[in-house]
Design a protein. Structure first.
Length: 116
């Protein structure tokens, strides 16, 4: 690999890492309306992938399949990530496998909700 190719690879990785951090920051602005904790800390986000040309794929769940906010939360995640400057496209997929459990919450979320 030439020095120019190495430099481009490092630049691409840095750009992807930067986008990933900005995507995470955007996701952290989305809250379950019934719980005062963001969806990332709740453990609802299973996967975040930033692909070339700044396309983002997010795999997430909800606290239950009958969650009253099932229609709202994934759309809000998608919208907030689309607002990140430089993001080209966003796909949010909802899964219930594995099923959500309180063990998926961060320690900060458990503390906020009185589980610790």
């Amino acid at each position: 690999m030439s020095e120019q190719e190495k430099s481009q690879a490092v630049e691409t990785e840095t750009t992807t890492d930067d986008f990933r951090e900005r995507v995470i920051a955007a996701i952290k602005t989305v809250y379950d309306p019934e719980i005062p904790v963001d969806v990332l800390e709740l453990g609802l986000i299973y996967e975040i992938n930033v692909y070339p040309i700044n396309n983002v794929y997010i795999l997430m769940t909800l606290t239950s399949p009958s969650c009253p906010s099932a229609e709202v939360i994934p759309g809000e995640v998608e919208q907030r990530v689309k607002e990140v400057e430089g993001i080209n496209d966003v796909k949010v997929e909802v899964t219930f496998d594995p099923p959500y459990s309180q063990d998926m919450m961060s320690e900060a979320a458990k503390l906020e909700l009185g589980f610790m």
